[in-house]
Design a binder for this molecule. Structure first.
Ligand SMILES: C[S@@+](CC[C@H](N)C(=O)[O-])C[C@H]1O[C@@H](n2cnc3c(N)ncnc32)[C@H](O)[C@@H]1O
Length: 247
């Protein structure tokens, strides 16, 4: 994805927050993002294993190995640690995990199948992978189908001129709210001070979600992520929000 994602600088903070009303909605969708050249095993995981976990857009719940009564969505799963922990802890739910970065997708897939088992190793019945921009999936999902959404350590886009790329965005909230059931929860975590201030400000100005203050330590039942561990090692303090869909 974009290279300019770090280095908050002077453009963050208050000016970002006051820009909420005036910035246009996110204008760019991300396709599969490539990092360094893939090894043969990774190529095979993408070509052979990934299609076995495809989301059926006509019937997302029917994509799973069973028809889950509860559907969760993780946006930007990174290396997949959190998604894997959740599907292991909750075999009865269906989790759609989204990620645009090929190396991240391969990292998740490589933990599911051993070398040589790409085509026939049994895959978790309760996991499906959307290897593309989560916003494309949100646009296709039926109304009120999700019970829980995870957005853990989203790319902070700390520069004010990139604020429209942040996933927590006034223009995104109705799109997300449409696909969430009434009372469904949305977990958001961030270690970036600019993004933290942005989330506070965006959520204070909306009426679609109940938005209590964040926790300063990771709540029970939130499996750790790789990015969170990196943040903590660097001395950054994450905040953890749990929003609930109103109405
Ligand atoms: C900072 S990383 C955090 C990864 C993981 N959640 C963690 O905590 O370790 C953010 C991830 O979100 C992914 N991402 C960003 N925008 C996305 C989008 N619109 N749809 C799906 N994934 C996205 C990025 O590729 C990246 O892997």
């Amino acid at each position: 994805m974009g290279k300019d994602r770090s280095g908050a600088g002077s453009e963050g903070g208050v000016r970002t927050v006051t820009a909420i009303e005036v910035k246009p909605p996110p204008d760019r969708l991300y396709g599969r993002a490539k990092g360094h050249k893939l090894r043969p095993r990774q190529e095979k995981l993408l070509a052979v294993t990934l299609p076995r976990l495809a989301v059926d857009l006509k019937d997302p719940v029917g994509s799973f190995g069973f028809r889950p009564a509860v559907l969760w969505l993780e946006i930007g799963f990174g290396g997949g640690e959190h998604a894997l922990a959740q599907i292991a802890a909750f075999p009865g739910i269906g989790l759609i995990a989204c990620e645009v970065f090929e190396n991240g997708i391969c990292s998740l897939l490589s933990r599911l199948v051993p070398d040589g088992g790409e085509a026939d190793e049994t895959l978790p019945a309760n996991l499906r992978v959307w290897p593309d921009d989560a916003r494309l999936l949100l646009a296709k999902l039926p109304d009120a189908c999700l019970d829980r959404v995870f957005l853990l350590f989203p790319d902070p886009w700390p520069k004010a001129r990139h604020a429209k790329r942040r996933f927590v965005h006034p223009a995104m909230l109705p799109l997300l709210a449409r696909v969430m059931k009434s009372g469904a929860t949305w977990r958001v975590a961030s270690d970036d001070p600019t993004y933290q201030a942005w989330v506070r400000s965006v959520m204070a100005a909306q009426t679609l979600f109940d938005a209590p203050p964040p926790a300063g330590t990771r709540p029970m039942g939130w499996p750790p992520t790789r990015y969170e561990a990196k943040a903590l090692r660097s001395g950054r303090l994450p905040l953890y929000w749990t929003f609930s869909k109103l109405g």
